[in-house]
Design a protein around this ligand. Structure first.
Ligand code: UDP
Length: 234
């Protein structure tokens, strides 16, 4: 259904329940799905988070200068991006890591036109180092890159099924929205993404699907048009 997608994977997801670091088995499972999409002709760009190593706003950084802490957070996304690239290439699909912070020995610098060219050649592109700026999140980076590469949709793969009326872990009455608008999300104070990411998507008509990637095959299902999770539109 979608020709070009931007897939956001949080760092926490890559730790797969261990809370910290990378679960190599889970990474290769996600890579399998990405490779299946790429082989079917879908153009896949990925933004990875870094929360499995370091977050600028986390308690571990409480005594740090925020900018220094955010630099550490952005660097942690590069570690995840390289792990993802390795897993994807092991499965026989070319993959490029493009970093918003220059580090030539490790990754290509982010150049929008070059990223689009990679996608056209059916290479998977993993965007690392967020936006390259402190005080942002990788959700905002995902929204920004989705717009820049003109993705058809932003896919936010998480550990929950979609957007609920309340936290389903705390409230047994909570129900899941099959669709919702960005404005409703803000009005209902549903904290699914930070507000800068939400307003970027809303202002630029970027649809987003939030779904769980715990079940293998869900990424492929969503791209194929199956109604999973919550669809968010302007
Ligand atoms: N970060 C940043 N600018 C960006 C993206 C990320 O400073 O454009 C830093 C920030 O400190 C953040 C960390 O990188 O806490 C990891 O990203 P994020 O928390 O979004 O990762 P996720 O929650 O998706 O694992």
């Amino acid at each position: 259904m979608y020709k070009r997608v931007l897939l956001k994977i949080s760092g926490e997801a890559l730790a797969a329940g261990r809370g910290f670091g990378i679960d190599a088995i889970f990474v290769s499972r996600v890579a399998e799905e990405i490779v299946e999409l790429a082989k079917s002709g879908c153009q896949v760009a990925v933004v990875v988070g870094g929360g499995n190593f370091f977050r600028g706003v986390a308690e571990q950084a409480i005594h740090m200068d925020r900018v220094a802490a955010d630099h550490m957070g952005m660097l942690s996304t590069v570690i995840n991006a390289i792990a993802m690239q390795d897993a994807i290439e092991k499965l026989g699909v070319q993959c490029r890591v493009m970093s918003a912070i220059e580090m030539h020995e490790v990754a290509e610098p982010y150049i929008r036109r070059r990223a689009i060219r990679h996608l056209e050649k059916n290479r998977v592109v993993v965007f690392a180092a967020g936006t390259g700026n402190p005080y942002f999140s990788t959700d905002t980076a995902a929204a920004l890159r989705a717009m820049e590469i003109r993705a058809d949709v932003l896919l936010k793969a998480t550990s929950v099924e979609g957007i609920y009326t309340a936290d389903p872990k705390k409230d047994p009455e909570a129900t899941m929205f099959s669709s919702i608008t960005y404005m409703e999300m803000i009005q209902k104070n549903l904290r699914v993404m930070d507000t800068s990411a939400v307003s970027l998507c809303n202002d630029n008509n970027m649809p987003m699907v939030i779904f769980s990637m715990r079940e293998q095959g869900n990424i492929v299902r969503v791209v194929g048009g199956e109604k999973l999770g919550t669809l968010v539109t302007s």
